[in-house]
Design a protein around this ligand. Structure first.
Ligand code: ADP
Ligand code: MG
Length: 351
């Protein structure tokens, strides 16, 4: 065979490297919404409004009433690895905020057009700045603003032709965005959420801040779901294992659905845990005779050192220290709760 010349190795341009990395953090419109809403929650907002146009490809706009961003920080806001939430590696152990990598906003500026409007407490007016490829495009302009921050991302993936085409051909992300906001709304019940399509008269998610979890679930998932839920709780203070607390709502035997809904927060982070989900499905199938797929809302608290949060931003799947023990404990609590409710139901039917 003819000898093949080795191809020359070249260093990629920084802008190309950044765009590739950004495309990994922001994989689709719903990942952009998740990052923006988590930033709003981290900013202690009590109201978060999301507006979406063309499944998020044309426009994603998230407005909050949080603490805002300082004028002097606007210049570096969208650079890679700029954050107010983490300063050294050790902080990762105890981090309470959802963000910490300082990557999300930067990534958005490499794959879309970002406009930030923000005002901090005590200021007479706000500022607006636009960003591209990690850089602020011009000095922030003074503008009217009420409270908090509004971030607009336009023309997502305008510079990633293949990604845009795939997304345009697939069903749009709007249902995924509604699902995401619904999940946030039943966990962060002290925050009101709204999500609508641009120009639509009414919101598809609309929650009002409340002190009742069940009330929040009713307003987001409907009365027919809320009516058939039971509260569950568990905790474990056995010093030999890890300390964990769990509370939530699970559907009873009257609930009917073709598919499981599992809304899981671990240390206030929205996550997926396939092993736990399967374990719960097994309990339902074994305990309830006419097994319907359950509705589960569950919030688990663990010592921060038992959960590795330093995962890739798009990875929602987590694994925990002592996972088997925790799953068994949750299984037995659910089984007991289902049996008790089933017995009292049979008993009532006999009366
Ligand atoms: P991270 O959340 O990991 O810190 P981001 O790129 O998402 O990184 O955000 C960078 C910084 O911008 C945050 O640390 C925060 O200080 C600020 N920020 C972003 N969004 C908001 C917001 N809605 N309100 C107030 N500050 C915000
Ligand atoms: Mg963030």
């Amino acid at each position: 065979p003819a000898p093949v010349e080795p191809p020359k190795i070249k260093r990629l341009e920084e802008s190309v490297v950044n765009r590739i990395a950004a495309g990994e953090v922001i994989q689709r419109p719903v990942s952009c919404v998740k990052e923006l809403v988590e930033n709003s929650i981290d900013a202690h907002s009590t109201s978060i409004l999301v507006v979406v146009k063309d499944g998020g490809l044309k426009l994603i706009q998230v407005s909050d009433d949080g603490h805002g961003i300082r004028h002097e920080d606007l210049a570096i806001l969208c650079e890679r690895h700029t954050t107010s939430k983490l300063s050294n590696f050790e902080d990762l152990q105890s981090i309470k905020s959802m963000g910490f990598r300082g990557e999300a906003l930067a990534s958005m500026t490499y794959v879309g057009h970002v406009t930030v409007t923000t005002i901090t407490k005590g200021q007479l007016h706000g500022y607006r700045a636009t960003y591209k490829d990690g850089m602020m495009e011009h000095e922030p302009k003074a503008c009217a603003a009420v409270k908090g921050t509004q971030i607009m991302v336009e023309n997502l993936f305008y510079n990633m032709i293949a990604r845009r085409k795939t997304l345009q051909n697939a069903a749009d992300d709007y249902p995924k965005i509604v699902d995401l906001l619904s999940r946030f709304a039943i966990h962060h019940i002290n925050v009101s959420f709204s999500c609508r399509k641009h120009g639509a008269p009414r919101a598809d998610v609309h929650s009002v801040a409340t002190s009742s979890r069940l009330e929040a679930i009713r307003s987001v998932y409907g009365a027919s779901v809320a009516r058939n839920l039971m509260k569950i709780e568990a905790s474990d203070n056995d010093p030999s294992s890890s300390i964990f607390k769990m509370d939530g709502f699970i559907s009873n035997s009257n609930y009917v659905a073709k598919k499981i809904t599992m809304v899981l927060f671990i240390n206030d982070r929205l996550v997926d845990c396939g092993a736990l989900k399967r374990a719960i499905e097994i309990v339902y199938a074994a305990t309830l005779p006419k097994a319907s797929k359950p509705f589960i809302y569950m919030s688990i608290t663990l010592p921060p050192e038992d959960v590795d949060v330093n995962v890739h931003p798009t990875k929602r799947e987590v694994s925990l220290l002592n996972q088997e023990v925790i799953i068994e404990k949750i299984q037995s609590v659910i089984e007991l709760r289902l049996r008790n409710s089933n017995e009292s139901k049979t008993f009532q039917e006999q009366l």
